[in-house]
Design a protein around this ligand. Sequence first.
Ligand SMILES: Cc1cc2nc3c(=O)[nH]c(=O)nc-3n(C[C@H](O)[C@H](O)[C@H](O)COP(=O)(O)OP(=O)(O)OC[C@H]3O[C@@H](n4cnc5c(N)ncnc54)[C@H](O)[C@@H]3O)c2cc1C
Length: 414
Amino acid sequence: MQSDRTTRTYPAIVIGGGPAGLMAAEQLAEAGIAVAVFDAMPSLGRKFLRAGIGGLNITHSEASEPFQQRYAERQAEIGKLLATFGPGEMHEWCDALGIETFVGSSGRVFPNEMKAAPLLRKWLGRLRSKGVKFYTRHRWCGWESNGSHRFETAAGTVEVNADATVFALGGASWSALGTDGRWAKPFAERGLQCAPFKPSNGGFLHDWQEEFRRDHAGAPLKNIALSIVLDNHSLWQQKGELIISDYGLEGSLIYAASRHIREAIDQRGSARVCLDLQPERSKSELYDLLHKRKDSATNHLRKLGIRDTKLALFKTLTSKEQMQDIKKLPALLKALPLTLTGYSPIDNAISTAGGLSFSELDEHLMLKQQPGVFCAGEMLDWEAPTGGYLLTACFAGGVVAGRGAREYLRNSQA
Ligand SMILES: Cc1cc2nc3c(=O)[nH]c(=O)nc-3n(C[C@H](O)[C@H](O)[C@H](O)COP(=O)(O)OP(=O)(O)OC[C@H]3O[C@@H](n4cnc5c(N)ncnc54)[C@H](O)[C@@H]3O)c2cc1C
């Protein structure tokens, strides 16, 4: 009986054509190794392209120590990857591709054109010229019992053998762009430890009063600070911007705090954060300013610059009695308490925490239990705030895994 399966064999394959996978393919191709990239979607780098829509923040210009601290519990693991390919190498890499970058006022680094599309177009062209083959609409569905990879395609099942494989399958948000996290099931079935996916850099829920929601959903809150008391009783605090959404809060400041807020929600069912609506003024300064007031509390708050959405937020989160109590207003303006009761769906989050545990990998990002198989990018169990830290770590992981695969092939042929 004839089998309806096609079998193909390659020296090296990359599964997942986002930034981490393409970077791994580049390392292999540069060493003259024939490499094929497989992706489930009709085209490559869809999440990367989406990342470029609001301005592609490719890396950050801050010094290496604070940069590494952004990876929190995984700073040691990601730090090793950044030692091979950090923000400086990222800059040189863009330069070599003919993509000029600039440092924004916040220290974030962007391509001059702001978008990902011109970069991706040039990059794919360079990879093609180095002989990289691309196979889209190939969904990796797991391993066959003989160790080969099984792909589902419109033309049926394709079995692929490779001497070296790099997985770069991404996290579990924005599934419409190809990153659905379904790879974690066959990985777990192989006995590979995967932490459950959780939203990172996503919004949080707060049940606004109807009138406030109707009038202010979508409005930004600029020049504020957010704080949260951590389990070790230390205070996490940062200045920035938030956006009021119909379900609660989103925006860069809440994304920066998202790991702490998520952990509090996981442990206690809700998280209490405090908003400082006057980060440039001390409590005693505010007390002096408010004490002299002769007109209404609302008018006086306006004179302090608390207007529009900020004023409406202050009013919706305080009682009439609190508004009239001059002694309590400064403390409330500096630390307006707000309870967040959950997180918005994982699919809406910019990135995800969770994924394949680093304990499964050696220093080349090769699976300890499966020599010749490497993993990189957001599919690994780490997280970081937005600001270019996500892409830098994905690129770095792709470089380390690609070079690891290159060395593995060289050694196995020796
Ligand atoms: C709205 C938005 C804005 C962002 N902005 C920024 C930013 O400015 N700066 C920043 O640093 N980061 C940003 N990010 C995050 C960044 O885009 C991701 O962290 C990065 O793309 C992850 O790279 P990756 O290569 O690991 O995975 P991905 O880019 O997710 O690529 C994974 C690839 O694997 C493929 N795949 C998945 N499963 C299978 C399967 N079973 N078989 C075959 N192929 C499969 C997918 O189709 C996809 O092409 C943003 C993300 C979003 C959604």
